[in-house]
Each structure stands twice: as C-alpha cells, then as structure tokens.
Ligand binder design. Sequence first.
Ligand SMILES: Nc1nc2c(c(=O)[nH]1)N[C@H]1C(S)=C(S)[C@@H](COP(=O)(O)OP(=O)(O)OC[C@H]3O[C@@H](n4cnc5c(=O)[nH]c(N)nc54)[C@H](O)[C@@H]3O)O[C@H]1N2
Ligand SMILES: Nc1nc2c(c(=O)[nH]1)N[C@H]1C(S)=C(S)[C@@H](COP(=O)(O)OP(=O)(O)OC[C@H]3O[C@@H](n4cnc5c(=O)[nH]c(N)nc54)[C@H](O)[C@@H]3O)O[C@H]1N2
Ligand code: SF4
Ligand SMILES: [Mo]
Length: 745
Amino acid sequence: MIKKAKDKNFFGTEYLAQLLHQKDGPLMQELALVSSPLGKLPKRLLPDTMTNMVCGFCSTGCSLKVHLKNNQPVNLTPDLEYPVNFGEACPKGWEALTPLFAPDRAVSPYIRERTSGKLTAVDWDTALKTFVQRFKFIQERYGKESLAFLSTGQFCTEEMALLGALAKFGMGIVHGDSNTRQCMASAAVAYKQSFGFDAPPYTYKDFEESDVLVFVGANPCIAHPIMWQRVCLNPHQPKILVIDPRKTETAMAATRHYSIHPKSDLVLLYGLARILIENNWIDRKFIEAHTIDFEKFKAHVMRFTPDFVSPSTGLSVEAIEEFARIIHEGQRVSFWWTMGVNQSHEGVRTAQALINLALMTGNIGRPGTGANSITGQCNAMGSRLFSNTTNLLGGRDFLNPDNRNKVASLLGIDVHSIPAQNSWPYDQIIEGIIAGKIKGLWVIATNPAHSWINQSEFREVIKKLEFLVVQDMYYSTETAQFADLILPAAGWGEKEGTVINSERRVGLFKKVSAAPGLALADFYIFKLIAQYWGCARMFEGWFSPQTVFQILKKLSQGQPCDITGIEDYAMIDRMGGIQWPFLLGKELRDKERRLFEDGRFYYPDQKARFIFEDERPLPEPLDEQFSFMLLTGRGTSAQWHTQTRTEKSPILRQLYPKNIYVEINQEDAAGLNIKQDQWVMVETKRARIKAQAMIVQTVRKGQIFMPMHYVETNKLTFAAFDSYSRQPSYKICAARVAHLPEYRI
Ligand SMILES: Nc1nc2c(c(=O)[nH]1)N[C@H]1C(S)=C(S)[C@@H](COP(=O)(O)OP(=O)(O)OC[C@H]3O[C@@H](n4cnc5c(=O)[nH]c(N)nc54)[C@H](O)[C@@H]3O)O[C@H]1N2
Ligand SMILES: Nc1nc2c(c(=O)[nH]1)N[C@H]1C(S)=C(S)[C@@H](COP(=O)(O)OP(=O)(O)OC[C@H]3O[C@@H](n4cnc5c(=O)[nH]c(N)nc54)[C@H](O)[C@@H]3O)O[C@H]1N2
Ligand code: SF4
Ligand SMILES: [Mo]
C-alpha cells in the first residue's frame, strides 16, 4: 500500500528548478514543455504533428514516428525512411507508448519503512536529503568502497555519462557496473583484446551483402526481428548457417542448422579453423599484412581434428567438413553472434574463435563480411563506451595515468577525483554485499532481483544492504520491492538524449509525453543528486542533455569512437542517425559504413591478434540426479526481459504465454509421462519451481528450455562466469524435470 501525498505544492518542482539555478533553464522546460522537431514549445501551442525517434527496446535501433494530437502522443508508426528499419517494427516497437501510461508508474519518490514494508510518498527534497544522508553516513562509517551502483544499457548516453561521472568523480564511489555485464561483456573484451578497441565492425547492409551468414547462439527472428528483415532483403540467395542447440525460429529458416551440444562452440570453431588451414582455404596475404600470431593459432588448432570435434559437438564429420567448405566457397562470409556465445564460461575465447575465422579467411572490412557481435539493449554500445563503469569515459582505461589526465583536463576536474583502480564487476559487487563490504547500493534502470543469475542467493544478498535505492519508471519491479528509497524516473518518450545501436549508429530519443507526477528524466535526477551531495560545481557545464552531448564529443576526440563531426541533435535527426566514427571536418557521404576497410586495427602496430585457449569443462556437469541441461533465453518477440514494460500492453500480452513454461522434447515428455500444458517441477541444485510443460521437437532430448521473462527462471540458474569478462553463463546448468505428483510442493 502506498500512502498518497495530498498537497499539490508537495511536488515542489519550482523549488527544485531554483535549486539548480535553472528557473528558466532546461529543468523547467523538462517539467513544463515537450520537445518536438519544431523546437521547444509551450505545451498548449504544440500543433498536431509527427516526430520520429529511435525505439527504446532493443539494440536494432528502429526509428518510430510518434503521432501527436492535442499535445499527446496518440499513435505510432515505423519510419519509412530511416536506414535501419525502412518502415518495419516488431510488436514491442508498435506498442512502445503503452507502458508509459501504466498504473504502477512511480509518480513521486517513496520511502519504505523496513519493518512494515509500507511505502510513503515523499517530496523530492525529502527523498534527496535521505539519499545523501544515508549514503554519506555509510561512506563515512565503512569507507569509500562501501557504496556501489548498478546501472543499465537502456537509457541515454548523456545520462550514463553523467551518472558515471557523478558517482565516480563527484561522490567518490569506486564500484559501479552496468547490466551490460550480463549481456555484452564477453564481446567487448574479445574485441578489445583482438582489435585493440571495443569495435563491432559491421553495418546492417552487411546482412544484405553476404553470400554466407553464420549465426552462432543468436536467434534474431525473435530477439532482433528487424535485423532479420534485413537478412530477408539479401538478394544473393545466401547460405544461412545457424549454430544453436535448439531448432529456433532462426534455425528453421536456415540453410543448415548445426544442433551442437551446448557450449561445444569453441571446439567446433577450432575444428573449422583446422580444416580451413589444412586445405589452405585461408587468406595468407591478409594474415601476413594485418595480423599477429597466426602460426601459434595454427599450432593450437591442430589437435581439433574432425574425429575429435565430432563427438564433442554431436555433429557428424561430414557436416563439419561441409561447414568449412561452405565458408571457403563463400565470397562474402559474415559471422554473427549473440548471447549463446557471450553468456558462457568461455564466452570471450568463443567470440575470438569467430574473430579468428573472419581474420584468417580475409572476411573482414569488405561488404557482407565481419566478425559481428549483435548488441542487446537500445544503448548497450553507449554503455560500453561512455558509462564510466568498466572503461573510463570514451573507451579509456582507469589504470592508465595518461588517460586519467586526459579526461581530467577535458572535463576541467582534478585528476585525483578519478579513481586509479577498476571497479569491481557486477558479480564481485554482489560478493562484496555478501562479505559485508558493500552496505549501500543504488540500482538504476535495471531489475537485478529478476534478471541476475541465481536469484535464490541474490534476494538474501539484497536484504543485507543497509540502504537500497532503486531508480525506475515503476514502483512495482522485483528490485523496487526491496528498496528503501524509490526514485521515480521518466521513461522512453518522456526525455531526450542519444543512444547507440548495434551498428554503432548514434540515434535520438525525444520527449513526446510528459512524465507522470513528480517523475523526472534520469538526467535531472542525477543533477539534483549532485546538488544535494555538494558536488554540483563539478557538473556546472553538464547543463542539459544537449550540452552533455557536446562534452561527449570532446571525450571521444582522437578515440576510435570519435563523434566530433556530429554537430548536434538536429544533425542526427536530419541524417537518420550517424555511425561512429565520424570525425570533425569529414563529409557524411554514406548512410552505412563499416570498419577496417583499410585493414588497420587499433593496436599501435595496427594489427589484429589471433587469441585462443584450450576449451574448459562445463561449470556444472550433469549427474544422475540432474541429468537435463537447462537452457535459457528469449521467449517471444513480444516480451522484453523482466517484463516491467511489455506486460503493461494488453496487445503484447496476447502474444505470449501467460504462465511460465518449460519446453521439453516430446520423447522425454513421453518417458516422464508429461502432457502438454501440465504443471511440472523443474529443479536444480539451487531451487525447485513449477512450470507448464510445452512439448516440442525444437529442443533436443536431454535438454529443456525456459524463457528468461518469468521471475522463477533465474532461481534455477547457476552462477558461473567467463574468467575474462565476468559475464554470467546464464545459458546452461544441470536440472531435472518431473511429473508434479512426485513432489510435495
Ligand atoms: N523479444 C526480445 N528481444 C530482445 C530481448 C528481449 O528480452 N526480448 N533482449 C535483447 C537483449 S538485451 C539481448 S542481449 C538480445 C539476446 O538475443 P539472443 O542472444 O539472440 O537471444 P537468446 O534467446 O538469449 O539466446 C540466443 C540463443 O542462444 C542459444 N544457446 C544457448 N546455449 C548455447 C550454446 O552453448 N551455443 C550456441 N551456439 N547457442 C546457444 C539459445 O538456444 C538461444 O536460441 O536480445 C535483445 N532482443
Ligand atoms: N536466465 C537468463 N537471465 C538473463 C538473460 C538470459 O538470457 N537468461 N539475459 C540477460 C541479459 S542479456 C540482460 S540485458 C538482462 C536484462 O535485465 P534487466 O536490465 O534487469 O531487465 P529489464 O527488464 O530490461 O530492466 C530494466 C529496468 O529499467 C526500467 N526502466 C526502463 N526505462 C527506464 C528509464 O529510462 N529510466 C529508469 N530509471 N528506469 C527505466 C524498467 O522498468 C526495468 O525495471 O537480463 C539478463 N538475464
Ligand atoms: S526490433 Fe527492436 S528497435 Fe526495432 S521496433 Fe522491435 S524492439 Fe524496437
Ligand atoms: Mo542483453
């Protein structure tokens, strides 16, 4: 139950604007006005119009036209011109406005009384004073490292940069990570080590220009449907090869589906490399001119003979040999991967095995080629470069004194306010809470009490905190239910800023709707916190999202992700998004650009590295009791993660099963006497849950699949991590499934 505020002045917005010395500045506009392509206009004067903006769900970065009537968004249609989606959108995009008007929006800050669990609505002044008092108390009592934040790949780059700078430079927080750890860390580390910078090389046109497309652990038909539309536009009758234990929607549409044993990708990819080398199906000229360590790699893969690879992967020798031949015969071969690779105990090396295949066959830097990691959230790429979590702003290194000096001088701050150490990654922050080292946690735009691996532990962990702040659009999320303080955030459509999609395209969010009640754009929440914390001076120049965009440009200068050529938001709008890099003084001739056309990589010697390692055993092997392998992933194109947004749409709700379900092979189901839709038990060493059986042929015998969108799923998962990226290996663990009567619930 939430106690409501009665007094209208309670909202105190004018007071807040005054506090920020912005009575006529952007915060007042934020509260009173909406932005449109016509510029900022007072609400009442806004004519009925349309404005296009990038979708706030997935990393495809489609552009949507929002229709406005009487100053309200009333409808939405996909943008016909935008060089990403060309008039297409998936169900989430079509329904993007609905979640804004949900009844469980946080409309004011709330404070929870711990014993009764009751939430009380408070004004911003009280909320901010509480935030500062509690967090400062913790810092003073337990030291600087006792506070941490967990952030997101789902809001604007300007907001991420302000949060990262505020927390780390202003508030003295050392440990802060983003939920992109769950998603992109393996790809980011793989690129950094192989290319010298975290740089996905492709442009979506490559989907149309390949004659062979290899998808590894990726199900774009469900997770990136509009990227898949681009594949469907390919006029070259391409061969599509899918590596996935499950016969996914994408695998069904493929030329070949390689249903490998889970996590045998590394062995398969080394086996393919060996066949290509043995047959001399490699690009010697490219290897010599542009890479390092090929001979060592060659020696490494020699033991991966087809006879070894076949039983390890479950593929026939013929299938493996044909796979290699298809790669050889392709003129333009592209390799695409997503979570089936990244979410693994050996995700970085698996991603690099794909990079190695592209390098050794010269399939990079040309149309229709590339070793291409597809990102997940709308601004995963912004988070990787500018969130100031794993990297120092602009893809730099906290450990490098030159990098720290550079950022300090660009921002005009004392270099000593920049931590000279790396933040703990996400899992270590959680460990830190368990160990009693972290006492205060600030969670922004992510829902870890549902999405983090091994929930049974996580929920206990979170209770150990002395103070938990959750900043979200909704007061009802699983994580907000534990919060001592909830800060109400505006969502997509209620604020402006930029995001970066999978092909490195900077796109624009706009404000087309006023946030409800007291909810504020995260940007202004951070500004207010800076004010109350007493470090506002450091952020005087960070006036509005638009001014921060100019700061981001400065921070990017000279880096591979240089965006100094982008003038302002209007230019992004005009050009249909702009891919990085785009340097000052350059002319924007092509709407689509790929990296490495000159064969030069980001290391000082400009060469890419072959990086490889022996395969590792499964973190949780099967045993007699837990003899099923549980896979997890996306269920339908209508569901988004922890469902805080997609469950709000009656239309989307029609497009996915209401109850949690487990997909099970028909032979296994028959053996266990399990019928369609029957409630069954799924159990791992961590937890036991109930789910409805969905009997399928798409999951192999001995395996089961559960979508991540239901809160029970991560009670089952096993907390194993890639040792380089610390990305959780969500995809597999040992489980058992049984006919319900066998158990007492
Ligand atoms: N509808 C919808 N779309 C989304 C999202 C969403 O929640 N809903 N989330 C977005 C985000 S943040 C992300 S990161 C992406 C994720 O996009 P994807 O990675 O494409 O989606 P997943 O279903 O998580 O995983 C892909 C596949 O990996 C397979 N897999 C599991 N283990 C292995 C293995 O060992 N080897 C191989 N080769 N494959 C394996 C699974 O069977 C699954 O089909 O989707 C984005 N798009
Ligand atoms: N078992 C299993 N678990 C998984 C995965 C898997 O494949 N299997 N995939 C993992 C992956 S790849 C990912 S990316 C994660 C995703 O996990 P999460 O990031 O936890 O999932 P979301 O539901 O997207 O959470 C985003 C939160 O931000 C809020 N929000 C939305 N917009 C805004 C905003 O503008 N401001 C603020 N302040 N809040 C906002 C939403 O209401 C929601 O509560 O899940 C991971 N978990
Ligand atoms: S594919 Fe992704 S970006 Fe495009 S409409 Fe769907 S959710 Fe939005
Ligand atoms: Mo993700």
